[in-house]
Ligand binder design. Structure first.
Ligand code: ATP
Ligand code: MG
Length: 495
């Protein structure tokens, strides 16, 4: 029995004792009033139905013991019936009113306590600097208030199948709502599982229990738990969003800093490189000394290499940024190949390059600077990783409406296992890895960025870039653009 039931019983016993003691000393009317007083006081600690029942029993006993003729339920119709009827009516009414008043007062104090809890939980969650801290704070407070085990799963986190709450958690996922005692769904569970929703988004799941004491659910009905769960979800979501926004802001700042640095490097490196190349080239023309010529050739080669590394790095970093500006235009494939071949032949006058470029190819919608850089890197690789007496090919064709570039060489080839990996930045198949030393010198110079940049450029154009082994030895690197609807030339009106 609960404390309040004991209190009510005590009041009834005292009342009965007092009535029995005073019987004979005071009138029946006074005894009846004492009964009303006792019933009023006791009903404060009882439920409405129990106190109405107790009042009725008390009036019956009053009748049995005190109303003449005693020890019968008979009443003198003219005198005592009215008294008993008034007694029964008054005590029943007062009992009902008192217990309603008590319930109201209890509700009020429970509301105040819930408001205080919400306020305390909200302020603890607001002051947490990380989601982990928030989860910990929510866990501690709820455990303190309910005395039950508290579990929170955020995002896609889930309990292990052997976890005692696994079945309850799974039921809540399937139902898309709260499950457990008082929810009308899976009421046989010994835990209450509530989804954590911020707006319409489910950001996790919250569980109270398991517990074997079914009584606690009277103190923790679903509405009360749901209000707390809603607050937790809102606060966790608010912090998650603000952390994400701050991260995005930091990223943007870092990107801006990087862009500024890149702009500075691109200007500061390229300008002196161009000056060195210009000066060395003019010395080459004006000097006949063989030793000086050799030195100048080395200077030009190294400068060229440095220039290439700088522009690959810059372009790679530029494409890596989210809003890299691409300058698309309609370009003739022949012209693009012409630019690539001219610069390659200037750099490698000793090498033989075979170009097969049909004249009737469709125009390409692309960023010409990037596509030239891509082809230039492919041809540079083909030259670098094949013996100098071998021909390197640049073949273009139309296949299924798509323009496809093939860069072919008769070099050392790329092992099968490396055909994807070489597209990763800074991945290189070093000559010693393949036990081949014939091209060691030229193959050693490189950063492993060329093909990574080629792939980034191809992706930016929605084009496909892949490696095939060439029949008879060597490598073919293929670049295939998607088929594009050609621009229609404006029709001039004839007047
Ligand atoms: P760089 O940054 O100067 O271009 P790199 O040429 O080493 O340096 P990538 O162009 O990315 O870098 O090439 C990656 C690796 O793939 C090379 O180190 C080379 O081992 C291999 N590779 C690329 N093209 C060929 C080819 N045509 N034949 C054989 N191996 C190749
Ligand atoms: Mg390369």
């Amino acid at each position: 029995m609960s404390t309040s039931s004991w209190l009510a019983l005590l009041i009834w016993v005292i009342t009965a004792g007092a009535i029995v003691t005073l019987d004979g000393w005071v009138t029946l009317g006074n005894l009846a009033l004492m009964l009303v007083l006792g019933s009023t006081l006791a009903s404060y600690w009882m439920t409405a139905s129990a106190s109405v029942l107790a009042s009725a029993v008390a009036v019956a006993l009053f009748n049995w013991f005190l109303v003449t003729p005693r020890y019968t339920f008979h009443v003198q119709l003219d005198q005592d019936l009215l008294l008993l009827a008034t007694l029964l009516g008054t005590s029943t009414l007062i009992s009902m009113l008192t217990s309603r008043l008590r319930r109201h007062a209890q509700d009020q104090s429970e509301h105040a306590r819930q408001a205080e809890r919400l306020q305390q939980l909200g302020s603890r969650l607001q002051h947490a600097s990380s989601v982990i801290e928030q989860v910990q704070a929510a866990h501690d407070l709820l455990h303190e208030w309910t005395g039950m085990p508290v579990t929170l799963w955020l995002g896609h986190a889930a309990p292990e199948p052997i976890h005692s709450l696994y079945r309850a958690w799974q039921a809540s996922q399937q139902e898309q709502g709260a499950v457990g005692p008082g929810t009308g769904r899976h009421a046989d569970l010994n835990a209450l599982v509530v989804p954590l929703r911020a707006g319409v988004m489910r950001i996790g799941t919250f569980a109270l229990g398991p517990t074997d004491n079914g009584e606690v659910w009277n103190r923790w009905p679903i509405e009360r738990v749901q209000a707390l769960a809603r607050l937790i979800a809102d606060e966790v979501h608010r912090l998650q969003s603000s952390l994400q926004a701050r991260e995005a802001q930091d990223r943007l700042q870092a990107q801006q800093l990087r862009n500024t640095l890149l702009a500075a490097i691109s200007h500061d490196y390229r300008t002196p490189l161009a000056t060195i190349t210009g000066a060395a080239s003019s010395l080459q023309v004006n000097n006949n000394d063989a030793g000086v010529q050799t030195a100048l050739r080395t200077i030009l080669e190294e400068t060229e290499h440095l220039h290439r590394m700088t522009s690959n790095t810059l372009q790679m970093a530029r494409l890596d940024t989210l809003e890299a500006p691409l300058h698309f235009s309609w370009e003739s494939v022949e012209e693009l190949c012409g630019v690539v071949l001219a610069s390659t032949r200037r750099r490698h006058p000793e090498r033989q390059i075979e170009a097969i470029v049909p004249t009737d190819l469709p125009l390409l919608h692309c960023d010409p600077v990037l596509v030239v850089q891509l082809l230039d890197n492919l041809i540079e690789n083909a030259l670098r990783y094949s013996p100098s007496h071998q021909i390197v090919g640049l073949h273009v064709r139309l296949e299924d409406g798509c323009v496809q570039f093939d860069v072919l060489d008769r070099g050392i080839g790329i092992p099968d296992a490396w055909r994807d990996k070489v597209f990763d930045p800074f991945r290189r198949v070093l000559p010693e890895m393949r036990g081949d030393t014939s091209f060691a010198d030229s193959a050693r110079r490189g950063m492993g960025l060329g093909l990574a940049l080629c792939r980034a450029i191809a992706n930016a154009h929605h084009a496909r870039l892949w490696i095939e082994a060439r029949e008879g030895g060597g490598t073919v690197i293929c670049l295939r653009f998607t088929s594009q609807e050609q621009p229609t030339a404006p029709v001039e009106e004839i007047e």
